[in-house]
Design a protein around this ligand. Structure first.
Ligand SMILES: [Zn+2]
Length: 264
């Protein structure tokens, strides 16, 4: 159904727009439930017609209507990413046969990606992973999947697999945290490990940990080669973990199958 792709895309844009607003309000310690959208610089209220995802950014030519100061590229990029990734998720799962309505995995996957994007951006920008970005979705997913399993809808990792995965990832980070006294890794990574386990189950969690280190090493080498200044500013590890988790959600089983065929 082609028209459904348009609905999904527009939903993604709206959720992306909401992510931007939430991201800023968390940083500014503002309530997410009250108050209208405002310019982050002059604090003037944004009218509804200036708050349309992507479209308004283009019409306003990346400038606030009131103060004419620049609007960050983060806004349209996050909106576009969410729109496209929602379409991708729908495309991906519509090629898998489920014995349950397709909107269940669709909603669950979009929910997960929304939080992964939030963690990625926040860690990239502020080198910090807030507990409410990891523990709240982990709790909701865990309870949700518990309910699904009660009804025998086992398209998600089993509860045992989720718990073992969460234990492996968070234990792995906790060990590093204790050994380095918090210098290598932050406490937020430990909680992100819990979320990874709940999303992926134990097998894919281990794969995601490997992948995160590989991605981190590749990016590190690229930065070393192309930047004149030496590589002292470290990129927060949570950004690599979220990218690796996203990859494993959709291609993890494929990567594992490919790898075991290779070594068998
Ligand atoms: Zn302004």
């Amino acid at each position: 159904m082609e028209w459904f792709y348009i609905i999904i895309f527009v939903s993604g844009l709206i959720f992306g727009s909401f992510l931007n607003a939430y991201f800023w309000r968390v940083r500014e310690n503002k309530s997410i439930w009250t108050g209208r959208s405002m310019c982050t610089k002059c604090k003037n209220k944004i009218k509804w017609f200036d708050n349309i995802p992507i479209v308004s950014f283009l019409i306003l030519r990346a400038k606030c209507r009131s103060c004419r100061r620049k609007i960050s590229w983060q806004y349209p990029l996050v909106e576009l990413w969410m729109g496209l990734v929602f379409v991708f998720v729908y495309y991906h799962i519509s090629h898998i046969t489920y014995h349950i309505p397709i909107y269940i995995p669709l909603v669950v996957d979009c929910f997960i990606i929304w939080f992964l994007t939030l963690i990625f951006l926040y860690d990239l920008k502020y080198q910090e992973i807030l507990d409410r970005f990891t523990l709240i979705p982990a709790g909701i997913l865990f309870i949700g999947i518990l309910i699904f399993q009660f009804f025998n809808l086992s398209i998600f990792p089993s509860v045992a697999s989720m718990l073992v995965g969460a234990g492996i990832a968070s234990g792995f980070f906790l060990a590093q945290f204790l050994i380095s006294k918090g210098r290598w890794i932050g406490g937020g990574d430990i909680r992100l490990g819990v979320l990874m386990g709940v999303i992926l189950g134990w097998k894919l969690t281990i794969l995601a940990l490997f992948l995160a280190y590989i991605i981190g090493a590749v990016i590190g080498i690229i930065l070393l080669i192309f930047s004149k200044k030496k590589f002292d500013s470290q990129i927060a590890f949570g950004t690599f973990l979220t990218v690796a988790t996203f990859i494993c959600m959709f291609w993890g089983d494929g990567i594992l199958n490919w790898y075991f065929r290779l070594i068998m």
